[in-house]
Each structure stands twice: as C-alpha cells, then as structure tokens.
Design a protein around this ligand. Structure first.
Ligand code: COA
Ligand code: ZN
Length: 304
C-alpha cells in the first residue's frame, strides 16, 4: 500500500515565518539569520523567510527587509526564498528586498480572513489580481488558510475550498498550499480534500501546511503523501501558530518529517543530525516552548 508513494518530497521550511511570528519576545535579526544559516547548512533549500505585513499586526517580523536582504546576499544562489504577504504593499516591499516568490495568504473562511488580514474574499482576490498584474517577475503562490477548519466557523466545506481555488487559478496562480491553520484535521479529511482537489484541478500544484496541535501532523502528512502531494511546509522545532487564530499551535516539526521520510526512503536532501542540532540553537535564542519528537529522541548509531 505504501509502495507507490512519491520518491522525493519538497520541504518548505516556514519556521522563520510561521514559527517566529508566534513568539512574543523579539528575536534579534542576527539570531534569526544565524538559525536560517544553520538550517541551510543542514541541507534545507526552500524557505519562507518572513512576512511583509503590518508591524502592528506582527511586531516580531518588522525586520523582514533586513533579514531578506542579508540572507539573499549571502545565500541567494543556494536557496529558494519566499515570504508571506497579505496585500500589494507587502508584495512590493518583498520585491524591493530582493524576494522573487511570495505566498499570498487568503483564508477560505471569511471570518478568519477578516480576523487575519481584515479583508473580504472579494477584496483579497482584487488585491491578488493587482499583485499578479503589477509584479510580473514575481512568482506568486497562494496559501489557503483554514482549508480544513476555522476557529470561528467550524469545519470548512470542501466545496468552499474548490470555489476559492478556482477563483485564484483564474488569476493565473498555479501553486496553492492547503493549510490546516489550527491543526484539527484528521487523515480522512486530508485525504478527501487532497485527492479531490488534485482531480478537480490537475493543472495546479498543491502543497500541505499542517499544524500539529492535536498530534495529527505526521499522520496527516502520510495521508497527503498517499494522495500524491509532494510539497510540505514544516517548522524547525515545531514552532508556529497564527496569532489571529485562537488555539492554533505549532507546525509539524521539520526534524520529525525528515525522520519519517528518510525512514521511508523518500529523499529530502536534509542531514537529520545537523537539523536536530539547530533545535539546540532555537532553544537558546528563541523564547518558545519546543517539543518535537526527534529533538528529544536518542539517535542510535546502529539504526542509521
Ligand atoms: N506591510 C507593512 N505595513 C502595512 C502593510 C504591509 N504589507 N499593509 C498595510 N500596512 C500598514 C499601512 O501602511 C497602515 O499603516 P499606518 O497605520 O501607519 O498608516 C496600516 O498598516 C493599516 O493599513 P490598512 O491597509 O488599513 O490595513 P488594515 O488595518 O486593514 O490591516 C493588514 C490589514 C493586512 C495590513 C494587517 O491585518 C496585517 O498585516 N495582517 C497580517 C496577518 C498575519 O501576518 N497573520 C499571520 C500569518 S497567516
Ligand atoms: Zn501556519
């Protein structure tokens, strides 16, 4: 049953964005950069580095431009760097900081879209159209937040995800990430949406962004793999959570995902020992609780 899984997976490390955004105490920019550089050294290639959002909404990421410029200057040739944006202003600031790929966030649930970015769907889609038109050199993907459930409205209907996907695709977007923002999905729900949406939109690429609030992160990831999805967004040390989604907790930890995939002979290009060492740096520099499995597990020489 597991023989037909993808042989390779793309991991997008979102710790510097989703992870840090939920940390109250400001992490000095140099320390954020040191963590990213150690992640690059561990073999990670794809990063969501930060968000270009209002510093009033997320004070932690007010250093977005400086962080991006420094990382791109030092490592731009080795990594694919992206940043999250909520609007045209954010997209323009990202472009000026050297970013050439953005994740434009829109929540499937209208209430969360309003709480998160103060926009209706119509306003978000109009903003997306402006971004695509005014920055033709920018690769734009869309993160569909609350694709499985909303903290205000409950379960998200599959039809409402299809409906928004269709509207986004009409604007020329090809890459879409389905996010379980509050981490309440179970494998059956992941399977249903992932299988269905890939069949309904065969020309689009879908990724999964799964929070591990209820310990379902890896089970849901496996369900996504079985549905043929090969892009996963995870966070070092399992940091993460949307400050505008009550009850949201950390992402699936990157080191836990890498451990599962390497045990299943699915290539990631990441050195697990080096990755676990980064958790040590995160624990020193970031004022947040971390509790991933692999950061607490002995690495047995005989089980490599
Ligand atoms: N970057 C920096 N500042 C921005 C900005 C951006 N992308 N977009 C708007 N602003 C500033 C405006 O300049 C304005 O500043 P001022 O008060 O000094 O004049 C202020 O924010 C309000 O602008 P407005 O367009 O009216 O925004 P809003 O109050 O409707 O808020 C967002 C909308 C999108 C800016 C805000 O909700 C936000 O940044 N949300 C981010 C949410 C997030 O990151 N969630 C977690 C990730 S999913
Ligand atoms: Zn998230």
């Amino acid at each position: 049953m597991l023989d037909s899984l993808p042989s390779q997976v793309t991991i997008n490390e979102v710790g510097p964005r989703d992870g840090f955004q939920n940390v109250a105490v400001f992490i000095p920019t140099g320390e954020k950069i040191a963590i990213v550089e150690q992640l690059i050294d561990a073999g990670l290639k794809n990063f969501e580095l930060t968000s270009f959002v209002s510093p009033k909404a997320i004070p932690q990421l007010a250093d977005a431009a400086e962080l991006c410029r420094t990382i791109l200057e030092r490592h731009g040739d080795k990594i694919n760097a992206s940043a999250l944006i909520p609007n045209l202003k954010g997209a323009q600031s990202a472009w000026e900081a050297g970013i050439r790929e953005i994740a434009c966030v829109i929540s499937v649930s209208v209430s969360h879209n309003k709480a998160n970015i103060n926009r209706t769907h119509e306003e978000s889609l109009a903003e997306l159209a402006k971004i695509v038109d005014s920055l033709p050199g920018m690769k734009v993907r869309v993160d569909l937040a609350t694709a499985f459930a909303c903290p205000f409205e409950g379960w998200t209907s599959v039809d409402s995800v299809y409906d928004l996907t269709e509207k986004v695709a009409r604007l020329g977007v090809k890459d879409i990430v389905l996010a379980d923002t509050i981490g309440v999905a179970t494998p059956n729900r992941v399977s249903r949406l992932s299988v269905g949406i890939r069949q309904a939109f065969p020309a689009l690429n879908f990724g999964l962004h799964i929070h591990d609030t209820r310990g379902m992160g890896l089970a849901n990831t496996l369900s996504g793999l079985m549905a043929g999805i090969t892009t996963y967004e995870t966070s070092i040390a399992g940091l993460g959570g949307c400050p505008f989604a009550p009850g949201a907790a950390g992402n699936t930890a990157t080191e836990d995902l890498v451990n599962m995939l390497s045990g299943m002979n699915i290539a990631t290009g990441v050195d697990l020992e080096k990755l676990i060492a980064v958790v040590g740096l995160v624990n020193q520099k970031v004022d947040a609780k971390t509790n991933s499995h692999m950061s607490q597990s002995k690495l047995y020489e005989s089980l490599k």
